[in-house]
Design a protein around this ligand. Structure first.
Ligand code: ADP
Length: 307
């Protein structure tokens, strides 16, 4: 299968800021989360792919087409909902989405029909006949998604689509993302600084940190990977348990937070639970180590914005 996005040594500099550094990636179709803290380079990555910003160096192909040769053609097959508002002041919702369809090359009648279908799809009712300026943040986000889908693209970029939404609004937008892929077969790149958003709806994850590609993997794969260790909160000093750890050659140590960390080295917690049962030790708490996805995300947060 042709990757929907393929970059080779993609670089973008804004003056002294190296916003993207040697990003080489091949992304297959599906729902993909583009994750990283604010300032990591996510928007720059999207803008360079869409030629809204000129890349400094490197090559990019979208849907199998090199953007330097076929930029215009690729963009007719791509939708984009930017992070900031992009509506035209004074226009009513349905007019605006129809107009975006016409800008993408659809004849007026087709654009109008598709606009209403997409406004239905994103759950907009009679509000579509009101001026977009009067919309709530949630409605504005949904209209932005409708305009990104109006020309029936193969790939859509949604930049921070849950920003500013309450939990209900967030859930609604995330649900839409799943449906865009499952019902329409349109691949979605969801850019977000929230692990929760990406975790909920994406099959793959790309983490960018300080302009560099930190990880690209299937979400399920990353979530399966855990360091085989746990932290136990114990009532008093259960010598019998410590002796059992030593006998099994499980490394253990007392941590500053009062817990005991034990490296049990197993894929499952069952051997540890059996051991607790055998020794008659009932811990107050057992916390498994975070999975690789959480750890990588924390690492990305640690690094902060690109320099
Ligand atoms: P994200 O989308 O992950 O929040 P951005 O791509 O917006 O990150 O920004 C990446 C880095 O590039 C940041 O350090 C940001 O300050 C810088 N940057 C982004 N756009 C510009 C610009 N137009 N001019 C100068 N620096 C920019």
């Amino acid at each position: 299968m042709t990757p929907i996005i393929e970059t080779h040594l993609l670089n973008k500099k804004y003056g002294e800021t190296h916003a993207l550094q040697d990003v080489s990636i091949k992304i297959p179709a599906g729902t993909i989360g583009l994750l990283g803290p604010n300032g990591a380079g996510k928007s720059t990555f999207i803008k360079c792919l869409l030629q809204l910003e000129n890349k400094t160096s490197g090559s990019v192909s979208l849907l199998g087409m090199n953007i330097d040769e076929k930029g215009r053609e690729t963009r007719t097959r791509i939708g984009y909902a930017p992070e900031q508002d992009c509506h035209i002041p004074g226009m009513i919702g349905s007019e605006y989405v129809t107009y975006c369809g016409e800008l993408s090359g659809l004849p007026f009648e087709d654009a109008r029909q598709r606009a209403h279908e997409m406004l239905d799809f994103v759950g907009m009712g009679q509000e579509r006949y009101r001026k977009v300026d009067t919309y709530s943040t949630g409605m504005k986000q949904r209209v932005k998604i409708a305009q990104a889908l109006v020309h029936d693209p193969d790939l859509v970029f949604l930049d921070e689509p849950t920003n500013g939404l309450d939990p209900n609004g967030q859930a609604m937008v995330l649900d839409l993302i799943t449906r865009i892929w499952k019902e329409s077969g349109i691949s979605v790149i969801l850019s977000s600084h929230l692990l929760h958003d990406v975790d909920r709806v994406c099959e793959r994850i790309v983490i960018i940190s300080q302009g560099e590609l930190l990880v690209h993997d299937e979400l399920a794969h990353l979530k399966q990977q855990r360091r085989p260790e746990v932290e136990l909160l114990l009532v008093d000093e259960p010598a019998i348990l410590y002796e059992a750890f030593d006998r099994l050659q499980w490394k253990w140590e007392k941590l500053n937070n009062g817990k005991v960390k034990v490296v049990h080295g197993q894929n499952s917690l069952n051997p540890l639970l059996s051991l607790l049962d055998e020794t008659g030790v009932a811990p107050l708490g057992i916390s498994a180590s975070p999975n690789a996805l959480n750890e990588l995300f924390l690492k990305a947060l640690d690094k902060g914005p690109s320099k």
